[in-house]
Design a protein around this ligand. Structure first.
Ligand code: OXD
Ligand code: MN
Length: 601
């Protein structure tokens, strides 16, 4: 099939990939409805996809991955820069030539007997000055159908690239034999190239997402003066109609998607407050003409974790899955051909198909403690389905960012919310993001993991240089820089009970954050930052739950715990980063000294 572009750089690279992988057929994805329908029909006929109930879930499909292929594989993910130092201590590294010499034989002839799909896509709205183009070649229809939801896919993407530019990210994917021993997810940031092999699971194969929009883009952003962050973007509309945009980064299992789609408590909705979603996972941000920082969501859909999603925890996410969505590794109610997962409701289907494909009695199965859906099962849903999608979602200029939030899951130490003193301190706060593990992750529960800016698996270069880039951006933005905050929804009392209700009630914290940015509320200056006065967090409607005593606990700064926290951060900088080749900016060490001095006062 003829190429969809005159761009010789694209055509040359695709020709090379065809020569290497030797597919029987090459199909350029134009993104037309007819083409997509034909691909859907083909995938249904081979069993790669399964049709869900078309009355209840119109346009929805189901896919099951190999049981060994259900999550991102960080131990098999590489950043291949010329030097090991370039990749830094948070990444696996191999010399680019050595890596390619290892991968090349694995790709040699791998698509024989298969079709190669050439997918042009834009990360970001077509025509946006912040958008970038990628081309992914793949032997998976599942990838094509997911990329259609997650990106602006098809011939239109080439409009952004033009006929001569070389500024596109090359993505080579083959599911090969789905052999976990030969699974590699490899980024070559210096040559805008991604290679993925032996996986057919979302995060490893939808190359526009983590591989491009975070790992490669973070490197591009450093060189080109912008930022690619693992952040949701939301807009809070106030009763007067003014909308303030906030971005937020959280490690996994902290309710990021729920915050992105928050429904405010009645007290707020009655006054006319609304929350709009611009993005649930990734933000690309660049200074605009007025000097403020503007953010776009480079994605076009949500690749969300299904378990735990229900009408109460996230009504808007659930609503987004009701049409034209793809479900991966959830359970199926065999009688109705509708999806089910743990936490959707309390009624597992009796006639269930569990995520690996076995027909089971779902009630008995779950009673034994077995999971019908894989804990990392997913929905891929078009953003346009989301009832609270922002009117600015497709705005090519993006939205101006007023505040940035970091967060983590911390039983003690970290108060409900605090504001950093300035951008440099806020960069320190981002570098100190850490979270305690939950039962959802493998390994021990309650172990503290450092996850700077919630970007640890996604920084495409030396983490210390990434922090230095944050500091540079702060200098460029000056007094127009967003204010930086830290939140913790997960504080517990002496008995191990959560003391903040979370979910929609997090609006009360967003409200304080916005007021701080507007300069309309005071705060208490503490050694770690500005903390709310207890009376300034609105508790109307939850007074019984969040009593003044509880509010004191939520906002408490325990000096001894904080001294231990700073000691741990010093150890982390010295041992985990610096001793392993990370370049820590002196300004961040200075922050440690300053916080420590304030704590010792
Ligand atoms: C994701 C992740 O899937 O961060 O978004 O792992
Ligand atoms: Mn993510």
């Amino acid at each position: 099939m003829a190429s969809l572009t005159k761009n010789p750089n694209v055509n040359k690279w695709v020709d090379e990939m065809v020569a290497l992988t030797q597919p029987d057929k090459v199909v350029w994805i134009d993104g037309s409805d007819e083409q997509l329908k034909a691909l859907r029909d083909e995938a249904l006929s081979t069993g790669e996809m399964i049709l869900m109930n078309q009355d209840e879930y119109p346009g929805c499909l189901y896919h099951r991955t190999a049981p060994n292929d259900v999550a991102r594989v960080e131990d098999r993910t590489f950043i291949c820069t010329k030097t090991k130092e370039g990749a830094g201590p948070t990444n696996n590294w191999m010399d680019p030539d050595e890596m390619w010499n290892m991968l090349k034989p694995m790709y040699d002839g791998v698509m024989k007997g298969r079709t190669m799909y050439v997918i042009p896509y834009s990360m970001g709205p077509i025509g946006s000055p912040l958008a970038k183009v990628g081309v992914e070649v793949t032997d998976s229809i599942y990838v094509v159908l997911n990329m259609d939801i997650m990106t602006r896919m098809g011939a239109k993407a080439f409009e952004n690239l033009g006929d001569t530019s070389d500024d596109f990210v090359r993505g080579l994917h083959s599911k090969a034999d789905v052999d976990p021993e030969k699974r590699y997810i490899v980024q070559f940031p210096e040559s805008n190239t991604i290679c993925s092999i032996n996986s057919a699971y979302g995060g490893n194969v939808l190359l526009g997402k983590k591989c491009f929009a975070l790992r490669i883009a973070s490197f591009q952003g450093k060189n080109e003066g912008w930022m690619a962050e693992h952040m949701l973007i939301l807009g809070v509309q106030k009763p007067d109609g003014d909308v303030k945009y906030i971005t937020a980064a959280f490690p996994s299992a902290c309710g990021k998607t729920n915050l992105a789609m928050l429904i405010p408590p009645k007290f707020y909705t009655e006054q006319g407050y609304k929350v709009w979603t611009v993005g649930d996972d990734i933000a690309w941000m660049k200074p605009g003409k007025d000097g403020r920082l503007y953010a776009i969501n480079p994605e076009n859909g949500f690749f969300g974790v299904a378990p735990g999603t229900n009408a109460k925890s996230n009504y808007n996410a659930l609503a987004s899955t009701k049409k034209n969505a793809i479900f991966t590794n959830v359970a199926i109610n065999k009688d109705t051909m509708t999806p089910w997962w743990e936490g959707l409701d309390k009624n597992p289907p009796v006639n269930a198909i569990e995520w690996k494909g076995a027909e089971v009695n779902g009630v008995e199965y779950t009673a034994k403690g077995e999971k019908l859906a894989h804990p990392n099962s997913r929905f891929t849903a078009p953003a346009e389905n989301c009832p609270c999608i922002s009117s600015e979602f497709n705005n090519p200029e993006g939205v101006p960012v007023t505040a940035m939030i970091f967060g983590g899951r911390r039983e003690k130490t970290t108060p409900l919310v605090y504001q950093s003193f300035d951008w440099v301190h806020g960069t320190y706060v981002g570098s100190a993001v850490s979270s305690e593990t939950t039962a959802a992750a493998t390994g021990a529960v309650g172990v503290l993991r450092h996850d700077p800016m919630a970007m640890k698996p996604f920084i495409g270069y030396n983490v210390g240089d990434y922090w230095a880039h944050w500091l540079e951006m702060g200098e460029i933005l000056g007094d127009k820089a967003p204010k930086i905050f830290n939140v913790n929804w997960f504080k517990k009392d002496e008995n191990g009970n959560f003391i903040w209700p979370g979910f929609g009630d997090n609006m009360r914290v967003l409200d304080w954050i916005i007021k701080r940015c507007e300069g309309t509320v005071d705060a208490v200056e503490t050694p770690i930052g500005f903390v709310p006065k207890p009376e300034d967090i609105n508790v109307t409607g939850i007074e019984d739950e969040v009593t003044p005593e509880i509010m004191d606990k939520l906002l408490d700064i325990d000096v001894d715990l904080w001294k231990a926290e700073i000691k741990e951060m010093r150890r982390y900088y010295d041992e985990d980063i610096k001793a392993k080749g990370g370049h820590i900016p002196q300004a961040l060490y200075d922050q440690l000294d300053k916080i420590e001095a304030r704590l010792n006062k």
